[in-house]
Ligand binder design. Structure first.
Ligand SMILES: Nc1ncnc2c1ncn2[C@@H]1O[C@H](COP(=O)(O)OP(=O)(O)OP(=O)(O)O)[C@@H](O)[C@H]1O
Ligand SMILES: [Mg+2]
Length: 397
């Protein structure tokens, strides 16, 4: 390790770092050129352009799988609109907030309020009180708003759609002729099922779809970043191709592609290598997968962790009944009320969706259908995540 650190410092000090600018590979970076999204960019620009003439744009909803460029396109169009607004001294505010990061409906309003200069305390107001302050602020200054709610499905699934309902119906007595146009973003199309039809019809006035990227598109996106992020000739072409094809297998996810490139570069630099090779990319893929498994396991609720612990501790496949009886036994000895078998069965399906366990349903003759459950994720990462939970560790000991 000591040597590692010295190599890193040496490389930085002698200017031998592989990177010119690693920030270019960060997730928040907005590239000057967004490739393969001309249609979405011009459609979004067209939908929002009326705001420059003081008319209310339609609300719009962007959806597509993770890493398909929704956030980057929304931020890019907003940035361009803000530049025009500044040139023409128009009274428009562009507000961006990620509801998952804000984490509660109230904190979404807090964020929006602070970007608009409305006084909303960090806690203490009711939702309607906070909403009123925002409306008053808009009404008093005659400001029009374009509000981007990124990862809005998080809010709707974990709370409700009241906030969206209220935002799509500002009280005319307070806001006067000002308006709020919404841009909602989600990587889960099914989340529409959670919306009240009235919210759905106003939020979904317009819809833009972001399809997954093809392998060639990912390669082009990466090549652009390679030029900005690394010194010339540091990254092997084969390494770029491998990042692109691994990310294409992951449903065409540009975030995964860029992450692979960044982690591969960091690994290569740490090793003191002067090239980023396919080996580094493979190592990066394993390291990202371990992190993903760890994060997924760590953020599970207690009972799901217990179920996962049961599956992890067995060397053989278990059926649903076996998992349930071992789980129920742990609950009994530790004084917890066990969930029903049906609920545990749906937890197992959720663990399957997360890629932690494999649980295909198989028919077992006259005993009906059952699942054959086994761990498929890295055992070390799962155990590491479970061990971090003090309550769980004390239950299992
Ligand atoms: N067309 C593109 N050109 C250049 N870079 C892109 C493009 N699309 C995506 N990226 C890059 O890929 C990463 C992921 O993109 P983005 O954050 O926009 O995905 P997303 O669709 O919002 O995903 P999620 O639903 O998970 O939030 C970012 O680093 C972004 O800069
Ligand atoms: Mg996003």
């Amino acid at each position: 390790m000591g040597n590692d650190i010295d190599t890193i410092f040496d490389h930085i000090l002698t200017g031998k770092s592989l990177f010119i600018d690693r920030d270019v590979l960060r997730n928040e970076y907005i590239p000057d050129h967004i490739l393969f999204r001309d249609d979405q960019i011009s459609q979004l620009a067209q939908i929002l352009a009326p705001v420059l003439m003081r008319s209310k744009p339609s609300n719009v909803f962007l959806y597509g799988k993770t890493g398909t460029g929704k956030t980057v396109v929304a931020r890019y169009v907003l940035k361009k609109l803000a530049e025009r607004t500044a040139q023409h001294e128009l009274n428009i505010e562009f507000v961006y907030t990620n509801t998952r990061i804000a984490s509660t409906p109230y904190h979404v309003l807090f964020e929006v309020g602070s970007q608009l200069g409305a006084q909303i305390p960090f806690t203490g107001l009711s939702m309607s009180g906070a909403m009123r302050r925002i409306f008053e602020r808009i009404g008093a200054s005659g400001t029009n708003i374009v509000l981007v709610l990124d990862e809005v499905d998080y809010l709707v699934k974990n709370f409700d759609d009241d906030l969206l309902y209220d935002l799509t119906r500002p009280n005319a007595d307070i806001v006067g002729s000002s308006f709020i146009s919404l841009v909602g973003i989600s990587n889960d199309l099914k989340f529409k099922e959670y919306l009240d039809p009235r919210v759905l019809s106003s939020l979904g006035e317009e819809e833009l779809v972001f399809p997954p990227y093809m392998v060639g598109e990912l390669e082009a996106i990466l090549s652009d970043r390679v030029r900005l992020a690394f010194r010339p000739n540091v990254v092997a072409d084969t390494a770029v191709k491998l990042c692109a094809s691994l990310a294409a297998m992951e449903h065409g996810d540009a975030r995964r592609a860029v992450d692979l490139l960044r982690v591969a570069g960091e690994l290569a630099e740490r090793e003191g290598s002067d090239q980023v090779t396919t080996d580094h990319v493979m190592k990066a893929a394993r390291s990202i997968e371990r992190d993903r498994v760890y994060e997924a396991a760590r953020s599970l609720p207690l009972h799901a962790k217990l179920v996962l612990a049961v599956v992890t501790s067995s060397n053989n496949e278990l059926n649903t009944g076996q998992v349930y009886s071992r789980y129920a036994e742990i609950c009994k000895t530790s004084g917890l009320t066990p969930l029903t078998q049906r609920r545990v069965s749906s937890i197992i399906s959720e663990l399957d969706v997360l890629g932690l366990v494999n649980a295909p349903v198989i028919s077992s003759g006259r005993f009906g259908r059952s699942k054959k459950i086994k761990l498929v994720a890295s055992k070390d990462s799962v155990i590491k995540a479970l061990r971090e939970d003090d309550v769980l560790t004390s239950l299992l000991s």
